[in-house]
Design a protein around this ligand. Structure first.
Ligand SMILES: C[S@@+](CC[C@H](N)C(=O)[O-])C[C@H]1O[C@@H](n2cnc3c(N)ncnc32)[C@H](O)[C@@H]1O
Length: 252
């Protein structure tokens, strides 16, 4: 069920904080100290492809797709401020895209059965209804079309779940705790849902997707680092901070 209060809290956060997130979490990066698209090539050849980005933020991933030859670009985001920044960034790179201001959970006029790719970089975890959102994303794809998304790994994104204390990793919060996390940041307040990895994979299967790849991989440089380790790097050497899913819309 859509949680309108959570969604509105987060919309207000993104509207107020958009300028602080310009170009953050965008392709070729997938996430936190995580392997990149330059290494993974999950999209393959996108020449001429119709692509829809969910939670497109400041538009940097859309520009990345344009630079790789995408044929038609659409971006959706809940925040008017993010889309204002995206318009500016796209224009300054000579890229055109259909931009839609809407929550991802809602019907908003995006054509059905139209896209070769639907993707989202650090966006889908914001949904307040995972099963409903995956069914909606499936409807946008052509049969056999591809969904790619990345998000915080639940061991890391479940704020405070695993922390570093005196150089050791300590589990401080249950993986099974699904209550929302309220985060007070310098630039506002957000509410994070706490989905488990199984919540994502089961919701994908229920929406008719076939899993092609699940990536849980810290980047090589972090894994090899021995000096100047931050807490985040120590964590990333022991478990993935982000995960990436590539799935195909099955034929039902
Ligand atoms: C981390 S940013 C994504 C950044 C993006 N990858 C980029 O290249 O700039 C997350 C985005 O999700 C959007 N968002 C949050 N909740 C949403 C919702 N329910 N529906 C649509 N967009 C949402 C926010 O406005 C924000 O722009």
């Amino acid at each position: 069920m859509i949680d309108y209060e959570v969604r509105e809290t987060n919309r207000q956060y993104w509207d107020g904080a958009a300028d602080n997130w310009f170009g953050v979490t965008a392709l070729p990066e997938y996430g936190v100290l995580c392997v990149t698209e330059d290494e993974l090539h999950l999209f393959g050849d996108v020449t001429g492809k119709r692509m829809l980005e969910i939670c497109c933020g400041s538009g940097h991933s859309l520009v990345y797709q344009a630079q790789h030859g995408a044929g038609e670009l659409w971006g959706l985001d809940i925040s008017e401020s993010q889309l204002r920044n995206a318009k500016r960034h796209l224009a300054s790179n000579g890229v055109t895209a259909h931009l839609i201001c809407s929550p991802m959970e809602d019907e908003c006029g995006i054509p059905a059965g139209y896209f070769d790719f639907v993707y989202s970089i650090y966006g889908l975890g914001w949904t307040t209804d995972l099963p409903h959102t995956f069914r909606r994303l499936a409807s946008y794809l052509k049969p056999g079309g591809t969904l790619i998304f990345s998000w915080n790994h639940p061991l890391y994104g479940r704020v405070g779940c695993v922390q570093v204390e005196d150089g050791k990793l300590v589990v401080q919060k249950s993986y099974f705790d699904q209550s929302d996390t309220r985060l007070q940041l310098d630039d506002g307040e957000m509410l994070l849902r706490n989905y488990r990895l199984s919540d994502y994979l089961n919701a994908l299967a229920d929406a008719g997707f076939v899993l092609e790849k699940l990536v849980e991989q810290t980047d090589r440089a972090t894994l090899a680092a021995t000096e100047g380790l931050t807490d985040k790097m120590r964590q990333a050497q022991m478990f993935p901070l982000s995960f990436i899913v590539k799935a195909r819309k099955g034929v039902r």
